[in-house]
Every structure is written in structure tokens, then in C-alpha cells.
Design a protein around this ligand. Structure first.
Ligand code: ZN
Ligand code: ZN
Length: 185
């Protein structure tokens, strides 16, 4: 949460209504996402007595969405409304925010920011791949269990041998239809 590019605001004008949307760019486990599993009532639990867990979302963003008061909770000098990176601040009973005044990037800072974006997108990619591998593994395990159950059933089915001819004929018909398909390609 303390990073210069951790949170941003974007504005939408719609008729006579200006709506602010805040976004958190932090990864899982960042300060702004941590909450107390013991149910302590607190939105800012840095230096907390209990072990914290990830909330599943940014607490600042959740609070802003719940109160619908992005514009009202601005706590900075008068200036043009603009999209940009912001600094959230916990006042004790609510969140406020100010813009992070960005100075022109030095070439080194630009390179570092590019690297940061690359690393962040790499982490997102790895997380997505991990989820797909887990899902694929679960599917494979389920299929293996089904095959084993089917084999057990077949072994226990004494009528199987009597059906042998029927099964052979079915398989023969199936494989010749497959060959027919291959020839048509
Ligand atoms: Zn956040
Ligand atoms: Zn606690």
C-alpha cells in the first residue's frame, strides 16, 4: 500500500454525476489486503497483535465501494480532477486519499517501472497457469477414479464373457467407422 503505484483513481462523468473508481494494483499479501482472522474491527491492521490473513481484496477499495464516496473522501489541495495514482490514508474512522504528485520520470525510473509491470504481469500469468494445472490435475484424477470404478465393475460382471461377441462386433463397427472418417479427410 505504501508504494507509489499501489492505488489509482479514475473518473467517469455521466450527466451531472461524477463517479470515482479506485483500483488496487497490489499483489496478494500486500498490507492493504490484510485483515485479522480473529474478527478485530479495524481497517488498518499494520503492527497488529494477531497473525493477519489476506482478505481476498483490498480493504481500501472495498471501503470506497461500500461508502460510494470517492469524491467526498478526497483530502488534498484544490486542483483539477484527474485520473492518477493516489495515496490512501486511514484517519481512524475512515479512509481519505490524496494524489501522489508525480515528478517527471528519470530514464532509470522509467526502466524500473517497465520492469515492475513485466514482473507483475508475469506473476498474474503464473497464477493463471497454476490454476489451470490444478484444474487439469483434478480432472485427470477424477477420470482415473472413474476408469478404476468401471474396471472393477467389469471384473465383477460375470455376464461380460457371454457378451464378448457383442462387444467385439461393436468395436469392429466403431473402428471401421473411424477409418471411414479418416479416409474422408
Ligand atoms: Zn490496496
Ligand atoms: Zn486481531
Amino acid at each position: 500500500m505504501r508504494g507509489p503505484r499501489a492505488h489509482s483513481v479514475a473518473w467517469t462523468i455521466d450527466g451531472s454525476w461524477v463517479e470515482g473508481t479506485v483500483t488496487c494494483h497490489c499483489a496478494v499479501g500486500a498490507d492493504c489486503r490484510m485483515t485479522c482472522p480473529n474478527g478485530c474491527e479495524s481497517w488498518n491492521v499494520v503492527d497488529h497483535e494477531h497473525d493477519l490473513v489476506d482478505n481476498g481484496a483490498c480493504l481500501f477499495v472495498e471501503w470506497m465501494e461500500a461508502t460510494d464516496g470517492v469524491l467526498e473522501s478526497y483530502n488534498g489541495p484544490s486542483q483539477p480532477l484527474r485520473d492518477g495514482f493516489i495515496e490512501p490514508d486511514w484517519s481512524g474512522d475512515g479512509w481519505t486519499w490524496t494524489y501522489i504528485e508525480s515528478e517527471p520520470d528519470s530514464p532509470l525510473t522509467s526502466r524500473l517501472r517497465e520492469a515492475e509491470d513485466t514482473i507483475r504481469s508475469g506473476q498474474d500469468y503464473l497464477r493463471a497457469m497454476e490454476a489451470r494445472v490444478i484444474a487439469a490435475t483434478e480432472r485427470a484424477e477424477r477420470a482415473e477414479r472413474m476408469i478404476r470404478a468401471a474396471m472393477t465393475m467389469l471384473r465383477g460382471d460375470q455376464s461380460w464373457e457371454r457378451k464378448g461377441t457383442v462387444v467385439y462386433n461393436t468395436l469392429a463397427a466403431y473402428s471401421s467407422s473411424l477409418e471411414g472418417e479418416t479416409e474422408n479427410e
